[in-house]
Design a protein around this ligand. Structure first.
Ligand code: DLZ
Length: 168
C-alpha cells in the first residue's frame, strides 16, 4: 500500500499557532466526512491553531468542494484550505466524473489563488474502505490533510525556521 515514510501522528507537527485554516466539508456520506472533520480539527488544535482561526463550511456534495473552498478562502484571510469529501463507487461512473472534477478544481484553485488547497477526499470502492480511512485501521485521512495544510502554510510563508513540535 502506498504511504508516506511515517504516519503524521509520528512526524513533527508544525506549529500552527499563527495560521488561519478553512475547512470545507461535503454532506454526502456525512458520517464519514464528519469523522474526517473531527480528525482534521483535532490535529489542527494539537498543532496550536486557535479554535477561532478554524472556519468550517458545509457544501452539499464533493462536486461543490472547489466552489466552497473559493468562497471560504477570501483572499488573504486563510493560510490554507482543506477540502473533505467521500466519493464511493456506485453502479454508474458518477464517482469517476465527480472525483476528476474535484481534483482538477482543487488544483486549479490552489494554483490560481496562491493559497494551498488540500485534497482530503476519499475515493473508495466501498463504504467499508471509507470507514477504514476515517478513523479506522488506515488512520484518519482528515488528520493527514490537516498536516499537509500546515506544511503547505509554512511553505507558503517561506519561513522554514518555523518552530516544530515533537509528536502529539
Ligand atoms: C450525486 C452524487 C453521487 C451519486 N454520489 C456522491 C458521492 O459518492 N459523494 C459525494 O460527495 N457526492 C456525491 N454526489 C453529489 C455530487 O457531489 C453533487 O453534490 C451533486 O451532483 C450536485 O452538484
Amino acid at each position: 500500500m502506498a504511504s508516506r515514510d511515517a504516519s503524521p501522528s509520528l512526524v513533527n507537527l508544525p506549529d500552527g499557532s499563527s495560521f488561519k485554516i478553512g475547512i470545507v466539508v461535503s454532506e454526502w456520506n456525512a458520517d464519514i466526512t464528519n469523522a474526517l472533520l473531527s480528525g482534521a480539527k483535532e490535529t489542527l488544535l494539537k498543532a496550536g491553531v486557535l479554535e477561532d482561526n478554524i472556519e468550517v463550511l458545509y457544501v452539499p456534495g464533493s462536486f461543490e468542494l472547489p466552489w466552497g473552498a473559493r468562497q471560504i478562502m477570501k483572499p488573504g484571510k486563510k493560510d490554507a484550505v482543506i477540502c473533505l469529501g467521500c466519493i464511493i463507487q456506485g453502479e454508474t461512473k458518477h464517482d469517476e466524473y465527480i472525483a476528476a472534477a474535484v481534483a482538477s478544481g482543487i488544483m486549479q484553485l490552489g494554483l490560481m489563488s496562491g493559497i494551498p488547497v488540500i485534497f482530503g477526499v476519499l475515493t473508495t470502492n466501498t463504504e467499508e474502505q471509507a470507514k477504514e480511512r476515517a478513523g479506522g485501521k488506515h488512520g484518519n485521512k482528515g488528520s493527514e490533510a490537516a498536516v499537509a495544510a500546515l506544511q503547505m502554510a509554512i511553505v507558503r510563508t517561506g519561513d522554514t525556521t518555523t518552530k516544530k513540535r515533537i509528536g502529539y
